[in-house]
Design a protein around this ligand. Structure first.
Ligand SMILES: Nc1nc2c(ncn2[C@@H]2O[C@H](COP(=O)(O)OP(=O)(O)OP(=O)(O)O)[C@@H](O)[C@H]2O)c(=O)[nH]1
Length: 319
């Protein structure tokens, strides 16, 4: 039985064994309808539930479900509007949506598919058909996630690659311009890495890059933030809605976390262990310019950090 309130309730929070299951978000303003679907799917999937469009959008940001079953008719914000907003947001645009409606006709179905939904189901539902359709869509989602990983993940370190970073930077840049918001990036470079390779060998160099990448990635806390390998021994961090002070704090934390690894670097001229240098640049709220210029200016800050003896953070707002 589902007890009220079911707002933003996560059925999956109940057991740790559900952690690896695909995540299904059920959105309906009628608790009874949610209950029917919950009973149908809870044995196989991790279930999240929302009773309004606003709750659904907020859960999508925090839980990134693999599939949404979305009621069309809801007060305040209908399913079409929820779907439109999900598709307009880079963080949620890949989540497939199945509409569910009590008023089925061709025009409604066309409108739903035009909005970006992958399927349309009429009430009263046939449990076996709904089950099969959800299973198919989740299989497709798993396949497309795999393909996306293949295209966007750096093979050596397992963190996101430059291609992914460039796409996200462009998207976040556009968003920051539209919303007059701030955006920061940090370019990170391992100090004296050529000497490290020369001293310990290229394979140890690879291991070292994996360790550093994992450590840097583990420092990323907000779901919209991103850590990527930019190339070679260089990493880059994207921090939407973050001012210079915030970005400098993150950069300093990254510097200290890499030191905490205490990776011996006997031939470094900066310290007896591996260190990084970091260049930070922030686009302020009213600033326009271009996404490439924030990279160029962060790179100039990195150059300054290197010149100050390495193992340093330098940063500035875009000019
Ligand atoms: N093992 C390993 N080494 C790499 C990889 N990618 C780049 N490198 C090495 O990283 C080194 C980078 O050297 P430089 O650009 O001179 O920089 P640095 O030695 O770190 O010097 P500073 O940045 O000035 O402190 C080169 O020797 C590259 O071969 C990789 O995937 N694995």
């Amino acid at each position: 039985m589902i007890n009220t309130p079911i707002d933003t309730f996560s059925a999956s929070a109940q057991t740790g064994s559900t952690m690896n299951r695909q995540r299904l978000l059920i959105v309906d303003d009628q608790p009874l309808n949610i209950q029917t679907l919950y009973e149908l799917f809870s044995a196989n999937y991790q279930i999240f539930m929302a009773t309004s469009g606003e709750q659904a959008l907020s859960l999508c940001q925090s839980k990134l479900p693999d599939l949404i079953i979305l009621d069309v008719e809801m007060p305040d914000m209908d399913g079409y509007e929820v779907c439109r907003r999900l598709k307009a947001d880079v963080h949620t645009s890949n989540i497939p949506v199945i509409f569910i409606t009590g008023h089925h006709n061709e025009a409604e179905e066309t409108k739903g598919l035009d909005t970006g939904a992958v399927d349309f189901i009429s009430k009263p539902i046939n449990p076996r058909i709904v089950h099969a359709r959800v299973k198919n869509q989740l299989m497709l989602k798993a396949q497309s996630d795999m393909l996306r990983d293949w295209v966007y993940i750096d093979g050596l370190t397992g963190v996101k690659n430059r291609r992914y970073f460039d796409e996200r930077l462009n998207a976040e840049w556009g968003r920051a311009i539209r919303h007059n918001s701030e955006l920061s990036i940090i370019i990170i470079d391992v100090d004296f890495f050529k000497l490290y390779n020369d001293c310990y060998g290229h394979l140890m160099g690879d291991d070292c890059l994996r360790l550093v990448a994992n450590k840097l990635n583990s420092c990323i806390n907000r779901s919209v933030d991103l850590m990527a390998r930019y190339g070679g021994e260089e990493f880059v961090c994207l921090l939407p809605d973050t001012n210079l002070a915030g970005a400098m704090t993150v950069a300093e934390q990254l510097r200290q976390e890499v030191i905490s690894l205490q990776i011996p670097h006997a031939v470094s001229k900066a310290a007896p262990f591996l260190t990084i240098s970091l260049g930070v640049c922030t686009k302020q709220s009213m600033m326009v310019d271009s996404a490439t210029s924030i990279l160029t200016q962060a790179d100039a800050e990195l150059y300054l950090a290197k010149n100050q003896g390495r193992n340093h953070v330098c940063g500035k707002v875009m000019s």
